[in-house]
Design a protein around this ligand. Structure first.
Ligand code: FMN
Length: 355
């Protein structure tokens, strides 16, 4: 297969590969710039970036400054396309989106709740807006709201299927019936849902499909099914450039298929993670003592939450694997070595070309 470019608004990537955002601090400037330098789109995750101590007193400021730092650093390392992911459930989402615009980011990706207000926060039309959805219905809801309220449509859509890592846009029941929610079927629904808006705004809305994409064959299948690109996250964890601690990468290398489980996160959504000591301990514990220093998530129910997810993710990022939450995609157990982003991209593109 000839390798297609990926066009999001006025931004062109030489390959159809988007590196998906990985919070907390798993995909920062190092990984994102390395992917952009190899012709993909690199994504910085904006969640939980501020120094933990500084955040206790000045959460918004610490997060904003840390995001600006990562964006500037990424730009100093690449001229390729860099996106920033801002989860709608973050209490400081609006502030982070303004920071992206101020720092000259041209692709903002937003999910973890429907980003119905996003165009209202970004007046500059040169900034490309990419909602994340998990169904055709969600795509329709977002595009209808944007059309009605802002006379604007999306510049791209990320479709995240049920095999993805981190928080998932599916119910526990749906996750128990994976065969009924294949990425191909969801993609067909999304392509159908966006058609009227592509016609109305006379532009192609590229759909970037992700969740379980692992090799060039998977990429080819998605492109043949009508996707303009793929979003891959898990595969990029076991790279030299990935910003997370070595112990986190090692946990992926050691994970077996049965270690990858679905959890109910304090955010109120299911998530996928490696069943490590932290998760095993939680199974027998009633509830951890939680001290919430800043309300980072608008949807977090501190009274019912068994643990502070921000702290658990920071611990994992730092390499305290026994006490941290290790998010991963369903295919994490397939990782068997740590490679450079250059070698990984070359391998994926060679497989895609050979398809
Ligand atoms: C460790 C980890 C952290 C993630 N964090 C985020 C996040 O902060 N925001 C987000 O929108 N998606 C997040 N995701 C989802 C990815 O961006 C991506 O869409 C998904 O994992 C793709 O599936 P794959 O991992 O099978 O390639 C995360 C995924 C992983 C594995």
């Amino acid at each position: 297969m000839k390798i297609p470019k990926l066009q999001i608004g006025n931004i062109t990537a030489d390959t159809p590969i988007v590196q998906g955002a990985m919070g907390v601090k798993v995909s920062l400037s190092s990984l994102a710039s390395a992917v952009a330098n190899q012709g993909g789109i690199g994504t910085i995750a904006s969640v939980g970036l501020g120094d933990f101590e500084a955040s206790k007193t000045e959460y918004e400021k610490a997060s904003r400054e840390a995001l600006a730092f990562e964006i500037r650093k990424a730009k100093s390392l690449t001229n390729g396309p860099i996106a920033v992911n801002v989860m709608g459930v973050l209490s400081n989402a609006d502030d982070l989106i303004r920071t992206c615009v101020q720092e000259g980011i041209k692709i903002i990706v937003s999910g973890a709740s429907l980003p119905l207000k996003l165009p209202g926060l970004v007046e500059d039309r040169s900034v490309n807006l990419v909602p994340i959805v998990s169904s055709g219905r969600a795509a329709e809801l977002v595009l209808r709201a944007w059309d009605k309220r802002y006379a604007r449509t999306a510049d791209g859509i990320v479709l995240e299927g049920p095999l993805a890592g981190g928080h998932l846009g599916f119910s526990m029941d749906q996750l128990g019936q994976l065969e009924q929610h294949t990425l191909e079927a969801l993609l067909a629904d999304v392509l159908e849902a966006i058609k009227p808006y592509e016609d109305k705004y006379r532009k192609r809305i590229p759909v970037i499909a992700g969740g379980g994409i692992y090799d060039g064959r998977d990429i080819a299948k998605m492109l043949l099914a009508g996707a303009s690109g793929v979003q891959m996250a898990t595969r990029f964890v076991c790279t030299v450039e990935c910003d997370v601690a070595q112990e986190f990468k090692q946990a992926y290398l050691e994970a077996k298929e049965e270690d990858i489980v679905i959890i109910k996160s304090p955010v109120g959504l299911p998530g996928r993670a490696i069943r490590n000591k932290f998760l095993k301990d939680l199974e027998t514990k009633e509830k951890n003592e939680i001290k919430c220093f800043y309300r980072c998530l608008s949807s977090c129910n501190i009274l019912e939450a068994k643990y502070c997810i921000a702290q658990a993710l920071v611990k994992a990022y730092l390499g305290d694997i026994d006490h941290g939450l290790i998010f991963c995609g369903q295919n994490a157990y397939r990782a068997n070595k740590i490679v450079t982003v250059k070698d990984l991209m070359s391998e994926l593109l060679a497989e895609l070309e050979a398809f």
